[in-house]
Design a protein around this ligand. Structure first.
Ligand code: UD1
Ligand code: UDP
Length: 362
């Protein structure tokens, strides 16, 4: 019997793993899938809700590592994962994305002689101050198969000297989950819950350390949102990292139009995203989802590992000062924004292409 271990650890992993597990189950029911959750994210609304919304099975192993500094988190995942891989002896370990769990999983497996497949390989921001950039480079360097979501990924890997035979352009597996979830998102009551009208509000998420860890930077962005909230409603489901910084800063909301909420589940969030007039974010995945949905996206970052969302999609990079935040929001609300184009293999069928690579590999 073939055995495939799949590793997930945080919010942006779950929507990438779910379609792959479903596809393996469909194409090869006899293949044993071993789902390992590192527990990097553990709050109900960052973890459990995604298992429910995405129909993921309960993890076979939960490492429960929780929040730790980078070295300790990476090391703890490795220490806990090694005996599980020793016991279960999978034919391969599949990792997704660019979080600490991704890199820790890949390092553990490869040192045990277990081949690694990396889904969402090859993305590069060129910014090595981002922990994710280090995770991407290390994971790509040691994986046997590098499955890319766009042609930029292939080009980056080839430029780094990777053997072309390792690289496979499979498309964007996040869009597989998005397409499955959209009919449910259309039935979500989240707009009514928050008194929002379609195309008449701004949706916001922020969690990058450069934007939120230093209260001064975060308060500057919030000041821009408060300015925007004079004209339009703003909904801001707050990531726990950002909440910590907000609490430290002793910030108090001044406008009723700025709605601060807990992070919301996947289905409700897609409803918020799809119906927003504009989304302002520093998330990686949300740049892609807005591009697919054709929703204008303002990304509060100096760079992106997903340039295709700018050249082909609806994304624009903006500065993080108060003026930039509200003038960019105002500009999107008053002027037509570039229309979306269809991106190759962002079609809901990436998991099928991923399965083909897995199948021929094992
Ligand atoms: C992590 C990933 C980032 C990804 C993001 C998705 C790394 C280095 N970072 O960032 O790439 O974009 O997830 O959301 O892997 N916390 C909670 N509850 C939780 C999880 C975290 O309260 O369930 C708080 C803790 O105070 C923790 C902080 O959030 O210290 C940051 O969590 P962590 O997983 O280290 O990084 P993220 O910012 O979530
Ligand atoms: N997301 C969600 N609820 C939220 C915020 C985000 O379901 O309150 C989803 C979003 O639709 C996307 C994923 O979480 O699928 C992105 O995760 P995040 O922004 O945390 O991580 P990144 O993509 O930046 O690594």
């Amino acid at each position: 019997m073939k055995k495939i271990a799949l590793l997930a650890g945080a919010r942006p992993n779950f929507m990438k793993i779910a379609p792959i597990m479903r596809e393996i189950r469909k194409r090869s029911p006899s293949t044993k899938q071993i789902l390992i959750h590192t527990g990097q994210h553990y709050d109900k609304n960052l973890s459990d809700v995604f298992f429910k919304d995405l129909g993921l099975p309960r993890p076979d192993y939960s490492l429960g590592v929780g929040s730790l500094p980078h070295g300790a988190q990476t090391g703890t995942i490795m220490i806990q994962l090694e005996p599980i891989l020793q016991k279960t002896k999978p034919d391969l370990l599949l990792v997704v994305g660019d979080i600490n769990s991704t890199m820790a999983g890949a390092l553990t497996a490869v040192k045990m002689g277990i081949p690694v497949i990396h889904v969402e390989a090859g993305l590069r921001s060129g910014d090595r101050t981002m922990p994710e950039e280090i995770n991407r480079m290390v994971t790509d360097c040691i994986s046997s198969k590098l499955l890319t979501s766009c042609r930029d990924g292939d080009k980056n890997l080839i430029r780094e000297g990777v053997n072309r035979r390792k690289i496979h352009f499979v498309g964007n597996v996040m869009i597989d989950s998005l397409k499955v979830a959209l009919p449910y998102a259309d039935k979500s009551q989240v707009l009514q819950t928050y008194g929002l009208k379609k195309r008449d509000y701004v949706c916001v998420t922020l969690h990058r350390p450069c934007n939120v860890d230093e209260p001064r930077n975060l308060l500057e962005i919030i000041a821009g949102l408060e300015e925007a909230a004079k004209k339009t409603k703003v909904i801001f489901p707050v990531h726990p990292r950002t909440l910590k910084a907000l609490q430290k800063s002793k910030w108090k909301p001044k406008s009723r139009n700025l709605l601060i909420t807990d992070p919301v589940g996947y289905i409700d969030f897609l409803c918020l995203l799809k119906n927003s007039a504009v989304t302002l974010t520093d998330s990686g995945g949300i740049q892609e989802e807005t591009t697919f949905l054709g929703v204008p996206c303002l990304t509060v970052r100096p760079n992106t590992e997903r340039p295709i969302t700018i050249t082909e999609g609806t994304n624009r990079l903006i500065k993080s000062d108060r003026k930039s935040i509200f003038t960019n929001i105002r500009s999107v609300l008053s002027k037509p924004f570039p229309r979306k184009r269809i991106i190759k293999y962002w079609d809901g069928k990436a998991a099928g292409r991923i399965w083909k690579i897995i199948d021929s590999f094992i």
